[in-house]
Design a protein around this ligand. Structure first.
Ligand SMILES: Cc1cc2nc3c(=O)[nH]c(=O)nc-3n(C[C@H](O)[C@H](O)[C@H](O)COP(=O)(O)O)c2cc1C
Length: 309
């Protein structure tokens, strides 16, 4: 049986549903160290660079990464060189990729989100803008504005005014009611949602019994958070049936991708799994095709939301 892996995020056509999760695959560095020619045989069907903010950010003190049972804790703190450097240095090279580029932006204030989205307007290299609403917000004493429906609404509305690009909003799962936050984002003009960012977590040093991360706590990713992510995709997709959703959180093999799509996603993103195998995404797409074939599912459109029906 012929299986088509083609899918779409609004106007953006993808050759298969596996993209990368922001901040977990630096194609410009990976291309220098991997034998594979990444610009020729790119494993993802779209590329999302690390989140950039209006001003450069130093990020959090080290250590910033710690492996846990079935997961990874990180407290990078959105370290980045700022959006001007991204536009000047990275974008021209990313434009050479054979897939659409989805720019991930954030701000330390609500206004900065609008400013970043506006800077992406008129950039032909950028197919879509993803708002990462998990950045520590200075107006909220360092809390992410994505924790609050009204702030989320205001931020998305500002970005919506500033750009006509396809607008994706990436939500944090660290909330009581993710459907309420999703609803605020959609109401303010989000075209699609990415679900989910990392889950708050902490680890203690086994001997000294002190927090291992320099920032004390961090964000948990990897297989440990898959059930949390799957639930978020299922609930949000059930509430907004025609909304494109990019599902992520522990996608490690084809079965995971199959389940996220069945829960209601139109595409999946691979994050932590790329640290173990930078080319994992290619295998995940191949496995997905096989698993769909075994089940007599001919297309992503047929698979997406199967768990809801
Ligand atoms: C080291 C690391 C850095 C990350 N940086 C970002 C980032 O810059 N922007 C963002 O939106 N998400 C960031 N994330 C979150 C991932 O994009 C993804 O939402 C999360 O890790 C869940 O997917 P996974 O379990 O496949 O890793 C980061 C995750 C990790 C592990």
């Amino acid at each position: 049986m012929e299986v088509s892996l083609k899918t779409r995020l609004g106007p953006i056509e993808l050759s298969h549903p596996v993209i990368n999760a922001s901040g977990t695959f630096d194609v410009l560095s990976a291309d220098l160290v991997l034998e594979e020619d990444l610009f020729d045989r790119f494993p993802f069907s779209a590329y999302v660079p690390k989140t950039v903010t209006l001003k450069p950010r130093r990020g959090n003190p080290p250590p910033r990464l710690y492996e846990t049972a079935a997961g990874l804790l990180n407290s990078i703190g959105l370290a980045n060189a700022g959006i001007d450097a991204f536009i000047r240095e990275d974008l021209p090279r990313l434009a050479q990729l054979p897939v659409p580029v989805i720019a991930s932006v954030a701000g330390e204030s609500t206004d900065e989100y609008g400013a970043c989205a506006g800077l992406m307007e008129g950039r032909p290299e950028v197919a879509a803008v993803e708002l990462n609403v998990s950045c520590p917000n200075l107006e909220l004493g360092g809390r992410a504005l994505g924790l609050d429906p009204e702030r989320t609404h205001r931020t998305v509305a500002l970005a919506r005014e500033a750009t006509s690009k396809f607008l994706i909003v990436k939500l944090t799962p660290n909330v009581t009611d993710i459907v309420e936050i999703a609803s605020a984002a959609v109401d303010a003009g989000a075209d699609a949602l990415s679900l989910i960012n990392t889950v708050h977590g902490m680890a203690l040093d086994r001997y000294h019994l002190k927090p291992v991360l320099g920032h004390l706590s961090g964000g948990l990713s990897g297989p440990a958070i898959k059930p949390v992510a799957l639930r978020a995709v299922f609930l949000v997709s059930r509430a907004f049936a025609s909304l494109p959703i990019i599902g992520m959180g522990g996608v490690t093999d084809g079965q995971d991708a199959l389940e996220f799509l069945a829960a209601g996603a139109a595409a999946v993103a691979v994050g932590t799994a790329s640290f173990r195998d930078p080319l994992a995404a290619a295998g995940i797409a191949n496995e997905l095709r096989k698993l769909m074939q075994e089940r007599g599912i001919g297309s992503v459109a047929e698979l997406s939301g199967l768990a809801q029906r």
